[in-house]
Design a protein around this ligand. Sequence first.
Ligand SMILES: [Zn+2]
Length: 236
Amino acid sequence: MFKQTQQHAGGVTEGTASEPAARMLLATAVRRGYTVEATPAGGALITWTRHLFGATDGAVVLATRSISLEPFTPVGALSGPTRDDLALIGGDRHAHYAEEDGRRVIAGPMWRIPAFATARLRARTLVVEDGDRVRLSLTARLGLLAQTHRTRTTEPEGFRRPSAGDPYGSAGLNRPGGRAGMLRDGSSWAVCSCGQLNGALGGTRDEARRLTREHRRAMTAQFVTEHLAPPTRATA
Ligand SMILES: [Zn+2]
């Protein structure tokens, strides 16, 4: 279950969304080209812009709208072993509950997750029962996605000496404090823990932050398109 908060013209509406409702909402948002970003807690933020006509002069006004989905049970930090367990469950259509010494375990044809770890995954609502099988909850999948794409930007270097091939030559401003001939370098690298952003350089740190944001949103849109849209039923 998610807490759903919607910002609209009349103010803010709060409600709840079941997992199927949240899937539908995300799929529709991506199909309409809205911006969707998964959160590390296992929720998502949907934003879009409305073109409104001004009440008096008819001028076009842009208004930002948003819907946030926050899981009732946040995913929290995912340790290596927990990620491994989630990968096993997520990668196997035959994951199911079995009994071992009177305790419940999650098992596949070739593997089983010990009872204590199974109990923890259940308590954190990282897994849900879907008919005969056990699968990852939407919260777990969104949290995994966001935690796979941890982004950062590097501190701009500041002043630097122009290199020999620099088109600006030694045109740097004549500043006091030994900065004569130095150029201001405000560029910043956008970096993601997935490694895909390597080599993305922003002219300013704000630009680098925009690159990281775009990357996280692109990854979320891809996930939604590949796994949530159109809403699928588990096939036997
Ligand atoms: Zn990434």
